[in-house]
Design a protein around this ligand. Structure first.
Ligand code: CP
Length: 333
């Protein structure tokens, strides 16, 4: 494996094999498996879990890692193509990325969407341009439209909880947030649940539809796995019989890149905060999932987040084991 960019690049059998490896590494640690190997971590966007879990994963496997981010005392990095660099930035990303990659055996890059062009960001052009500069194995640590490490950890979490694949109802629900957030997690999540063979319902207010190319890809994946994908704004209909309510806020696709238009829609939607009544017609043991970080009392009520339905800490912990499996497969074969 040379690239870990999109779960949909793999078959379900390949994902199951990665998840078996993750379980094995959790049960039977291999503290020398990646001895002498180095991971370079380039964070152009903020993180807690991804940063800490990759460092911990490399260390647990006997390797090492280093982090580069614009917050550190590095030269200012210019990312715009074709620019005359007569401003503050002293280094261009076109040199920085291959230099950083050359110090490691595997590289991870995080670069969120700038939310300027939906078409460019669905095509993940910025990340792909960076990926072209890397000649080591590369892991997408969240780009404009992908977050495969989160999806692999979420799949592992659902398997451990014995949440059904075929016949399991997975509701990916939009939730209120004061700011427009990227599409990477919802796009990756709808595809992950579809590949897992679940009946996936995207519950979102009007104006927050997921982009059609993402929904079309999810429908195709669902067909192969025996699941289904639908989209609705009707909360009561969506939540009936749910095994999982996965909350996430995202930007308005109707007003993509238009902060004022997004805000006007969003400010009417503060009641999209997941709370106990959302679970009334769901399965009795319906779980609450979220990738974190999450805003308490905004995205989800404390009593849900702190209650027995919530599996957010298991999802976060599984990031480390899922990534250990990816690193092991990439660097050890
Ligand atoms: N879920 C996730 O990627 O968390 P961080 O943004 O903290 O890395």
């Amino acid at each position: 494996m040379n690239r870990f960019n999109d779960l949909a690049d793999f078959s379900v059998a390949e994902i199951d094999s990665l998840l078996e490896l993750a379980q094995r590494l959790e049960r039977e640690p291999e503290p020398r498996a990646l001895e002498g190997k180095v991971m370079s971590l380039l964070f152009l966007s903020p993180s807690l879990r991804t940063l800490a879990s990759f460092q911990a994963a490399m260390q647990r496997l006997g390797g090492g890692s280093f982090v580069i981010s614009p917050d550190m005392s590095i030269h200012g990095i210019e990312t715009r193509p074709g620019i005359v660099m007569d401003g503050v930035a002293a280094e261009h990303i076109r040199e920085a990325v291959p230099v950083i990659a050359s110090y490691g055996d595997v590289m991870g890059i995080r670069a969120f969407a700038e939310r300027r062009s939906l078409e460019t960001e669905i095509a993940d052009k910025e990340f792909e341009e960076l990926a072209d500069l890397v000649d080591t194995p590369l892991i997408n640590m969240e780009s404009a439209i992908q977050h495969p490490c989160q999806s692999l950890a979420d799949w592992k979490t659902m398997d451990e909880l014995e949440i059904p694949r075929t016949g399991g109802r997975f509701v990916l629900s939009w939730a209120y947030h004061p700011r427009p957030l990227p599409l990477a997690v919802p796009a990756a999540t709808v595809k992950m649940a579809a590949m897992r063979g679940m009946d996936v319902v995207v519950l979102r207010p009007e104006g927050f539809e997921l982009p059609e190319p993402i929904m079309a890809q999810a429908r195709t994946l669902a067909q192969t796995s025996g699941g289904s994908v639908s989209e609705t704004a009707e909360r009561s209909e969506a939540l009936q019989g749910a095994h999982v309510i996965y909350a996430k806020s995202w930007t308005s696709t109707q007003h993509y890149g238009n902060r004022a238009g997004d805000q006007a829609l969003r400010e009417e939607l503060v009641d999209w905060c997941v709370d106990e009544p959302w679970f009334e017609t769901a399965q009795a043991d319906c779980r609450f999932m979220h990738c974190l970080p999450v805003r308490r009392g905004v995205v989800v009520a404390d009593r849900v987040l702190d209650g027995p339905r919530s599996v957010v800490l298991a999802e976060a912990r599984n990031r480390m084991y899922a990534q250990m499996a990816v690193l092991h497969r990439m660097l050890k074969g």
